[in-house]
Design a binder for this molecule. Structure first.
Ligand code: G3P
Ligand code: MG
Length: 244
């Protein structure tokens, strides 16, 4: 296997439980707990701006409504993405991918960018995020691009073949190993319930690193670390992680 430059622990959606997920505030909280690697979800506005948001629609985590795929960035940038979480975060904005890139590089943090396209936007999102990542991290250790959507990863591969990619799996669907091969991944990231020592060894034998999401239980973390896991994405930044 190739050297693996990522820390063992990655804070999920920034530190998306203690602060509003996928905002700069969440990244600051995660860094404050000693995290030096983060996962976040990236999608595109109507006019092609890459920004952070988990859901396909705006209602749960912002003051907006509907799909962001139909809204220009100038409008999305005015939304409140913090009040839903708690009053101290009122008016926290949606961050552009470029702002998160700047934060990570300024704080020597590594990033796992989950390409999370709105429906029908898979190829456009994969290609745009890859091109943006290559531009924003020019010369620096690049982010790991991941997705549940093979089409998005294929577009990322075609746009920027040298950026590292990982296939996300919430099930071991038929043909996933062939898909990972074709996508040229460096890692596979599964739901932690799918991962065990046998799968870790199987992935390692193919030269792929083995990561899991979202581990919030210390006994699960201990088992997976004992089994040789390469990375754990967690919400529980206050309970365990680099500084615990
Ligand atoms: O990237 C791993 C994890 O974030 C996948 O699940 O729904 O939290 O984006 P989700
Ligand atoms: Mg995610």
């Amino acid at each position: 296997m190739k050297p693996w430059p990522y820390p063992l622990w990655l804070a999920h959606r920034g530190a998306g439980k203690l602060a509003p997920e996928n905002t700069l505030a969440a990244f600051r909280v995660g860094a404050g707990f000693g995290f030096r690697a983060f996962e976040c979800d990236v999608k595109l506005s109507r006019d092609g701006e890459a920004f952070l948001l988990h859901d396909d629609t705006l209602e749960r985590t912002t003051s907006g409504q509907g799909s962001p795929a139909g809204i220009a960035w100038a409008e999305l940038a005015r939304l409140d993405a913090g009040s839903w979480h708690s009053p101290p975060y009122a008016a926290e904005p949606l961050p552009r991918f470029a702002q998160i890139a700047a934060f990570c590089q300024a704080n020597a943090c590594m990033l796992n960018v989950e390409i999370k396209p709105c429906p029908g936007e898979e190829a456009r999102t994969g290609a745009t995020v890859a091109r943006e990542a290559a531009r924003l991290w020019a010369g620096a250790l690049p982010p790991l691009l991941s997705s549940f959507k093979p089409e998005a990863l294929a577009a990322a591969r075609d746009a920027e073949p040298t950026l590292p990619r990982a296939l996300l799996l919430d099930a071991l669907w038929p043909g996933w190993t062939e898909a990972a091969d074709a996508l040229g991944v460096v890692a596979v990231i599964t739901n932690w319930r799918l991962m065990d020592r046998a799968l870790i060894e199987r992935l390692h034998a193919r030269g792929w690193r083995a990561l899991v999401y979202t581990v919030n239980d210390a006994s699960v973390a201990r088992r997976l670390i004992g089994d040789g896991i390469d990375g754990l994405i967690t919400d529980a930044v206050h309970e365990f992680g680099p500084s615990r």
